[in-house]
Design a protein around this ligand. Structure first.
Ligand code: SAM
Length: 280
């Protein structure tokens, strides 16, 4: 019998979120492959799990894959965990899971916490279709480029962001998506200082900039998608109306009036007005 690779989610803060099945699996396997053995050692100790830990992180995953696959082929069960949440979600593990699938081995997920999904479930933004973008580039130029490429994406977007970059990230988001697009900030989920707030981007940018506490801890941003594409005919009428209004009015007022005249969504017209204005 060949071994099974279990992909096991761990808590993202509150240890009570860990499932009995996850604990039982880690107790039963031969080896736990962990991103940081010292960090995970504390979690295992808390739950009285004495299984041996081996390190599998971004820097050694390729080198470790062969020996772990060999052990699975020999019949040993292995559990893969990361520092927090679901492995492979902005975390190591992809190469090992891909190699196990390639080798025809059984891969079993033990589901649990994932910060992005927890944030989405409480954000109050459309959740029927969404995309996960992980971490944005660290520098402004790269970040703006990536955001620009997502400007017309109609699905809800989810990002992970580091606390020391959250303020500048929101500045860039407001610049690219417009002040009115709504965003939810989910910070320190399941922990003592859990904060979940949904605001238009400009308000979120200003709130976070003014409060250093909002620039601490672990953060997920959930961003409203771009308004659905309207027919070419509707747009040409909207463009005509906007062009007239923009000649005398600022973008916000012009798009608000255009919404009343055309019946199209204010957010959509606001973004359209920004594009028209840039074109001039
Ligand atoms: N694999 C993890 C998961 O399933 O969510 C994500 C790992 S990624 C390296 C770490 C990032 O996830 C953090 O920088 C933050 O953006 C997000 N994150 C993790 N825990 C969080 C929490 N308790 N509250 C908010 N965001 C969290």
């Amino acid at each position: 019998m060949k071994g099974v690779l279990y992909v096991v989610a761990t808590p993202i803060g509150n240890l009570e979120d860990w499932s009995p099945r996850a604990v039982a699996t880690l107790k039963a396997v031969s080896v736990v492959a962990a991103e940081d053995t010292r960090h995970s050692g504390r979690l295992l100790q808390y739950f009285n799990i004495t299984t041996r830990l081996v390190a599998v992180h971004d820097h050694n995953e390729s080198a470790r894959v062969d020996s772990l696959i060999e052990r699975l082929e020999e019949g040993a069960d292995i559990a893969l965990i990361s520092d927090a949440g679901t492995p492979l979600i902005s975390d190591p593990g992809y190469r090992l899971v891909a190699a196990a699938q390639q080798a025809g081995l059984r891969v079993v997920p033990i589901p649990g916490a994932c910060a992005a999904i927890a944030a989405l479930s409480a954000a109050g933004l459309a959740s029927d279709r969404f995309i996960f973008e992980g971490f944005l580039p660290a520098k402004t130029v790269g970040r703006r480029e990536r955001l620009q490429a997502l400007a017309m994406e109609p699905r809800t977007l989810m990002f992970y962001e580091a606390p020391h970059r959250i303020a500048e990230c929101l500045v860039d988001m407001a610049a690219v998506f417009g002040d009115e697009r709504r965003v939810a900030l989910a910070r320190e989920l399941t922990k003592t200082f859990e904060t979940i707030r949904q605001l238009p981007l400009a308000e979120m940018r200003d709130w976070v900039a003014a409060d250093p506490d909002q620039q601490r801890g672990e953060i997920v941003l959930v961003l409203e998608g771009a308004p659905e594409v309207t027919s070419a005919e509707d747009w040409s009428e909207a463009d005509r109306v906007l062009a007239i209004l923009l000649a005398d009015l600022p973008v916000k007022q012009a798009s608000s009036l255009a919404a009343g005249i055309t019946g199209l969504k204010k957010n959509a017209l606001y973004e359209r007005a920004l594009t028209l204005k840039e074109g001039h």
